[in-house]
Structures are given as structure tokens and as C-alpha cells.
Design a protein around this ligand. Structure first.
Ligand SMILES: Nc1ncnc2c1ncn2[C@@H]1O[C@H](COP(=O)(O)OP(=O)(O)OP(=O)(O)O)[C@@H](O)[C@H]1O
Ligand SMILES: [Mg+2]
Length: 320
């Protein structure tokens, strides 16, 4: 399979006056193959958006190289050719004109891409249909819900029929049902032959969608591969899964001083307390844990295979 993206030792530094320069991206290398859904995962500030911006020619790299669809992203002579063949969907509120209707927004961007006026009505119909906004064509974006805006962001990014689509947290802040329909839309775009670079903070989303991924932390790659390969990177650690009747925060507090243990997740499920934690050294002394958690009413205790979320937390050091 052909590489549509080749990144080599890419670096981006930000200097703000009066402060030391900040390395947002610190020498990353990876490839993306044609037709893949490729994930960029990592905690806040890891460098995901900075990477996307460099690949989409919106930000100049400080050093290193990146080739996208065969073009060097820093080559001014070909940047317009490259831009015609890619597009970016970013989460959030920017990039749409609120006083214009959905259709008028798409027409505006179609004009920018030089799409002939006579082709625009059909194109708008098709794209609004694709993202499920046919009935909202003439509604102003200011009256849109968040989910509708996010769909329109996708339609907007498809105006130039890009081969490569960068999606920066496309499901952020959406309710579960809309996120699900967004995920099936992303799969549909992938099936139609587009290569997709996706950032997300949701591990289940990455697991469901991404063929391969990199995990970034503080500008560096800390994990890379398929979901299975990333899970294998932490297969030395054991995940202990405990469900209790009562809140075990007190017991968990004792763990915070133990460098061997990372609490992976702690949530309530159906009125019970569901806790997962990883032992770096692979300690699996369940009896000891039973003693600690016993007072909170143990419903279930056992060892689990690491999930993608477990692996992510281990590789990124448990940052939010
Ligand atoms: N224009 C800028 N000027 C200075 N620093 C910046 C700028 N843009 C990003 N940074 C810094 O670079 C680092 C990486 O930011 P980036 O936005 O790429 O992270 P991210 O992985 O997309 O995070 P998030 O999950 O919060 O979106 C952060 O420390 C951020 O503060
Ligand atoms: Mg970001």
C-alpha cells in the first residue's frame, strides 16, 4: 500500500516572548497508508493539533520533514496543489458563518474552491444528505445544535472532495447517540476511499475506528501500531479489576503513594464502584487486594487483559 503521509523527525517549537521556547512536537516519525483511518491520541497539550496543522500546511515545521500525498509540506510551489486535495474538520465553533444558512455556508466554501455555480445546488444537496442535514439546508447556523454544526463542519470539509481528511476531535462534546452517528459517518467516508487522520480523547472511539495509531505524550511518540500492538506494549502489566458495593476512595488513596500502581479508571456502574488499576511490575497478589478492598464489599475481583485505555494510561503516565 502507498504511503500518503511520511513524517520524519518532525519538530515544532513555539516561542512566546519572555518565556523559554516550548517544543510542542519533538521529533516524531510515522507513516500513514492510503485508505487508513489513522489515530493521533494523547493527553491535552500532547501535540496532536500542532501535528495536524503542520501536515495540513497551516503551520510551518521548525525542523524535520513531512510529505503529504507526495508533496513536501514546506514547498511553497506546491502548497496550493496539496491544499486542493486535503481538508480539515476541527471540533468547536470556528470555521462556519453563523448568520448564513447551511446551504449558504457550503456555497461560500464551494466558491473558494472554484466550484462552478451550476454544480453547487446538486453538490449542496448531496453533501447535506450525506451528513443528515437535508432538512436544515435553509436554517441559519446560529440556530443549529452542536451536533448539527459538527455535521456541517464535515460537509464543509468535503466540498473539495479531499483524498485526505484531517479530523481533530470531531466528536468532542457530542451526546452518545450523535457521536455514534458521527462514527458511522467516518467509517462511510473511509469506505468511500478517503484516508482519515483522526484525533480523539475517547479510547473506545479509537478502538472502533482506527486501523493504526500513534500515542503522543509531551510531543513525543510513546506508542505506535494497531490496537493489538499497542496493548502488547503493556502486556507485562496486569490489570486488576475490582467491583465493590461502597466507595473505595480511601483504599485508592493509599495507592497514590505506590509507584508500582496506576489507577486506570474508577467509576460507578449501576450503583456499584468499578475500579481498574495496573501494576507495572506485574504484581498479581489478589489476596492482598482482597484484604484492602474487603471492607468496601467486594462483588468481583480478578485479573483482566489490558484494554486500549489501560495501555494508553500506562504509556502516557496517566495524565488527563
Ligand atoms: N500558538 C501557540 N503558541 C504557543 N504555544 C502553543 C501554540 N499552539 C500550541 N502550543 C503549545 O503546544 C503544546 C501542544 O499543543 P497542541 O494544541 O498541539 O496539543 P493537543 O494534543 O492538540 O492538545 P488538546 O488535546 O488539548 O487539543 C501545548 O503545550 C500548547 O500549549
Ligand atoms: Mg488539540
Amino acid at each position: 500500500m502507498k504511503n500518503v503521509i511520511e513524517v520524519n523527525d518532525l519538530v515544532r517549537e513555539f516561542s512566546t516572548r519572555g518565556r523559554p521556547a516550548k517544543l510542542a512536537v519533538e521529533g516524531i516519525s510515522f507513516e500513514v497508508k492510503a485508505g487508513e483511518i489513522f489515530g493521533l491520541l494523547g493527553p491535552n497539550g500532547a501535540g496532536k493539533t500542532t501535528t495536524i496543522k503542520m501536515l495540513a500546511t497551516l503551520l510551518t515545521p521548525t525542523s524535520g520533514s513531512a510529505r503529504v500525498l507526495g508533496y513536501d509540506v514546506t514547498d511553497d510551489r506546491t502548497v496550493m496543489q496539496l491544499r486542493k486535495r486535503i481538508n480539515v474538520v476541527s471540533g468547536g465553533d470556528r470555521g462556519l458563518y453563523y448568520r448564513l444558512s447551511a446551504k449558504q455556508n457550503l456555497e461560500f466554501f464551494a466558491d473558494l474552491y472554484g466550484i462552478p455555480k451550476r454544480e453547487q445546488p446538486e453538490m449542496c444537496r448531496r453533501l447535506l444528505g450525506l451528513v443528515g442535514l437535508s432538512n436544515a439546508a435553509d436554517i441559519k447556523v446560529e440556530d443549529f445544535s452542536r451536533g448539527m454544526k459538527q455535521r456541517l463542519h464535515i460537509a464543509r470539509a468535503l466540498v473539495n472532495d479531499p483524498e485526505l481528511l484531517f479530523m481533530d476531535e470531531p466528536t468532542i462534546g457530542l451526546d452518545p447517540e450523535i457521536s455514534r452517528s458521527m462514527r458511522s459517518m467516518i467509517k462511510g467516508l473511509s469506505k468511500s476511499g478517503k484516508t482519515i487522520i483522526l484525533t480523539t480523547h475517547y479510547m473506545y472511539e479509537a478502538e472502533e475506528l482506527c486501523d493504526r495509531m500513534v500515542i503522543l505524550s509531551h510531543g513525543k511518540i510513546v506508542g505506535q501500531g494497531t490496537v493489538g500492538e499497542i496493548k502488547d506494549m503493556v502486556s507485562d502489566s496486569s490489570v486488576i479489576h475490582i467491583v465493590t458495593d461502597r466507595d473505595p476512595s480511601e483504599a485508592l488513596g493509599a495507592f497514590s503513594a505506590d509507584p508500582d500502581i496506576t489507577v486506570v479508571s474508577s467509576r460507578t456502574v449501576g450503583g456499584r464502584y468499578d475500579t481498574r488499576f495496573a501494576s507495572v511490575s506485574g504484581k498479581t497478589d489478589l489476596q492482598a487486594h482482597e484484604d484492602v478492598f474487603g471492607p468496601f464489599g467486594i462483588r468481583l475481583i480478578g485479573l483482566d487483559e489490558p484494554t486500549l485505555e489501560d495501555a494508553y494510561i500506562r504509556l502516557t503516565g496517566g495524565e488527563e
